[in-house]
Design a protein around this ligand. Structure first.
Ligand code: HEC
Ligand code: HEC
Ligand code: HEC
Ligand code: HEC
Ligand code: HEC
Ligand code: HEC
Ligand code: HEC
Ligand code: HEC
Ligand code: HEC
Length: 427
């Protein structure tokens, strides 16, 4: 019953919106290919645009009188400056044009109280906004570059240019275009245009672009939507910690925190990179060539010793884990029920995962607190499965020996019978 009422209310609202849209002279005229040269604007608006769905008309953005002009076949009656009609804004005017509504808290509340109203304010702090407003540089992104113009969709719509998984391509239209971006510099060098290329190959990019993952970051998770932050290192780094909170927490309490601040190094990116973040490997740790640690720590430093220690703890855990794993699979081949052993070994496997974030304490003591019990556990599991395998071997030996004995007895019996037979024959 409640749903029915809700349904009726909803359809009524939709009908009113529809009716209003139908009555609009703007739409009627702009839909008609006999009158205007380009009907795609009106068609895109009425089929998909969130503003049309919210019941808005062309005149809500452009001004003018939507009650006049179509019947009279006179655009001037509709597109009437006296009724507030103004020509469409150019690129420099767009942010403020959109913001007439989007920065108006009272107005927006009537439609969607949960929608933020800080887009223009944030945009002004971004490099895009600073280029547009401060430098009169029309190349920087304005609202419509990222959202479209007629046919604007909410970001939750998978066809939207700002849908999580589409954002990298939206940013790449400019940022991967060498010619378009050629006049900019960054830290004294030409502004790179390889962000999208690198991102595509990164663990984050593969998840977002190939697997439609929503948990992995798009460009905006690190750079902001409207703040599209200049790579203000502190704020971009803080983004990593929002999704990798343990690593962040460990890092903050680690001996690296202080030197990183002093040397003005980017926190996580120093070791992982920014756009080309690859899945980690244990080889990043330790003192072999190729390990990160030896880039900065030479042989006699405490950092060097710590790196060697932590790597050796992980390697030991991995060795006993793989020994335990292989004995379990041997046992399974022999038909020994070993699901409990496999379950028990899980604790050590989990430790290996846990250890990879604990690394960020850069404290061998913290690492050994986890590896030690995990190593002992794996050794115990291996011993118990070993024991069962031994047991079965002993039982198998027993079986063979009794079988041999039986055969021996049979042979002796046969010899005995033959002897008895021979004796009877002689007689
Ligand atoms: C009688 C038909 C008619 C009506 C009614 C009408 N328009 Fe137009 N409009 C036109 C024509 C014709 C053009 C010229 C461009 C073209 O041929 O596509 C135009 C152009 C425009 C432009 C582009 C102007 C520019 O400088 O580039 C906007 C914006 C516009 N109309 C908005 C509106 C709005 C808003 C309404 C309703 C208040 C409206 N129109 C009502 C026929 C109409
Ligand atoms: C959400 C606000 C908004 C609504 C609603 C809207 N427009 Fe626009 N319109 C713009 C902006 C902004 C521009 C200029 C930006 C650009 O051209 O890239 C523009 C440009 C135009 C132009 C110039 C040519 C073009 O393709 O850019 C025409 C014609 C036009 N609008 C007609 C309409 C008509 C007809 C409707 C209703 C069916 C409508 N607009 C609804 C914001 C709006
Ligand atoms: C550089 C690209 C870019 C520019 C420029 C841009 N936006 Fe956005 N906008 C986004 C992204 C990305 C999202 C969020 C998508 C999501 O929800 O993850 C967004 C979200 C929004 C939303 C939904 C509410 C919110 O704040 O999350 C509104 C409304 C919006 N933008 C309006 C605007 C207006 C108005 C302007 C111009 C002043 C503008 N945008 C400029 C990229 C942009
Ligand atoms: C006349 C007022 C008005 C103007 C001008 C306007 N908008 Fe909107 N906008 C709205 C309203 C109302 C909604 C619908 C809110 C809802 O129902 O969720 C909306 C919704 C949106 C959304 C969807 C937000 C979401 O994710 O739910 C985006 C994106 C957006 N507008 C972008 C723009 C851009 C870009 C411009 C400039 C080209 C613009 N708007 C101009 C009133 C306006
Ligand atoms: C319409 C083209 C265009 C689009 C789309 C665009 N940008 Fe930009 N972006 C620029 C231009 C131009 C600059 C200015 C470069 C400069 O001043 O160094 C810039 C600057 C930046 C910067 C600052 C670089 C610096 O020099 O410090 C970042 C970060 C950035 N954009 C991120 C994004 C993200 C993220 C998106 C997508 C959500 C995006 N941009 C979409 C054109 C664009
Ligand atoms: C995981 C976080 C993250 C993601 C995702 C990300 N960036 Fe970045 N981006 C950074 C960091 C950190 C820097 C600063 C790098 C530096 O200065 O060494 C940066 C720098 C930039 C710069 C300045 C020039 C440069 O290359 O150093 C631009 C432009 C940029 N990013 C655009 C993008 C675009 C476009 C995307 C999406 C395809 C994107 N970023 C995705 C973290 C990210
Ligand atoms: C001094 C170098 C260094 C710094 C700084 C660093 N990491 Fe790591 N990180 C590593 C190494 C080494 C590994 C791989 C450990 C392994 O697999 O044995 C790793 C592994 C990871 C992993 C995968 C393991 C897991 O926890 O899931 C993530 C995620 C990660 N780091 C995120 C971060 C974040 C976020 C920051 C910043 C707060 C950061 N890292 C700072 C060296 C570093
Ligand atoms: C929006 C959330 C989000 C943000 C922001 C983010 N990541 Fe990730 N990251 C993920 C997800 C999801 C994965 C894949 C699952 C996993 O392995 O944890 C991942 C994977 C990784 C991995 C590989 C882990 C492995 O097991 O091999 C590293 C390293 C990493 N991120 C580092 C970073 C760094 C450094 C930053 C900041 C520059 C960052 N991430 C920002 C969500 C995020
Ligand atoms: C970008 C350079 C850099 C990298 C890479 C790096 N460190 Fe460091 N580390 C430092 C600096 C600088 C200090 C401050 C003390 C010093 O100068 O030795 C430090 C301090 C330490 C300390 C504390 C030493 C003490 O004096 O008590 C440990 C432990 C440590 N690092 C371990 C590691 C490990 C393990 C790795 C590899 C995963 C690593 N570091 C990678 C620069 C680095």
């Amino acid at each position: 019953m409640r749903f029915q009422i809700l349904f009726i209310i909803l359809t009524t609202i939709l009908n009113i919106a529809q009716a209003r849209a139908e009555q609009s002279s703007c739409i009627s005229c702009h839909k008609s290919s006999e009158i205007v040269s380009d009907t795609t604007v009106a068609m895109a608006f009425i089929t998909d645009d969130i503003h049309a769905k919210a019941g808005l008309d062309c005149s809500d953005c452009h001004g003018g009188n939507p009650a006049r002009g179509f019947g009279e076949e006179d655009p001037d009656l509709a597109m009437d400056p006296a009724k507030g009609y103004k020509p469409p804004p150019n690129r420099f005017g767009i942010p403020e044009f959109c913001a007439t509504c989007h920065s108006d808290i009272e107005y927006m509340k009537k439609y969607n109280p949960r929608l933020p109203t800080d887009q223009l304010q944030l945009y002004k702090t971004s490099i895009h906004g600073k280029q547009i407003f401060g430098k009169h540089d029309s190349k920087a992104a304005v609202c419509t570059d990222c959202h479209g113009v007629h046919g604007i969709l909410p970001s939750s719509d998978s066809r939207s240019k700002v849908y999580h998984n589409n954002i990298p391509n939206t940013c790449a239209t400019c940022h991967a275009d060498k010619n378009y971006m050629n006049k900019y510099s960054y830290n004294g060098l030409p502004l790179p245009t390889d962000q999208f290329d690198k991102y595509k190959q990164s663990i984050h990019g593969v998840l977002v672009l190939e697997q439609g993952d929503k948990a992995a970051p798009s460009c905006n998770n690190c750079h902001g939507n409207h703040g599209a932050s200049p790579p203000n290192l502190a704020s971009v780094s803080a983004a990593c910690g929002e999704c990798h909170p343990n690593n962040q927490k460990f890092f903050n309490n680690s001996p690296h925190k202080k030197p990183w601040v002093e040397l003005d190094l980017p926190e996580c990116e120093q070791c992982h990179g920014s756009h080309l973040i690859k899945p980690v490997s244990d080889d990043m740790l330790g003192v072999n060539s190729g390990a990160l640690c030896v880039e900065c720590h030479d042989q006699d430093s405490p950092g060097f010793a710590a790196a060697a220690q932590m790597k050796s703890d992980i390697d030991t855990l991995k060795t006993v884990l793989s020994a335990a794993d292989s004995i379990i699979s041997q046992a399974e081949k022999k038909g020994i029920e070993s699901s409990q052993a496999s379950f028990d070994l899980g604790k050590s496997r989990d430790a290996l995962i846990q250890i990879r974030s604990t690394i960020h304490t850069f404290d061998p003591e913290k690492v050994i607190e986890i590896t030690k019990p995990a190593i002992i556990n794996a050794v115990n599991v291996k011993a118990s499965v070993d024991h069962e395998l031994q047991d079965i071997k002993t039982r198998q030996y027993g079986l063979w020996i009794s079988l041999l004995l039986i055969i021996l007895v049979i042979i002796l019996l046969r010899i005995k019978i033959k002897e008895v037979d021979n004796k009877i024959d002689i007689k």
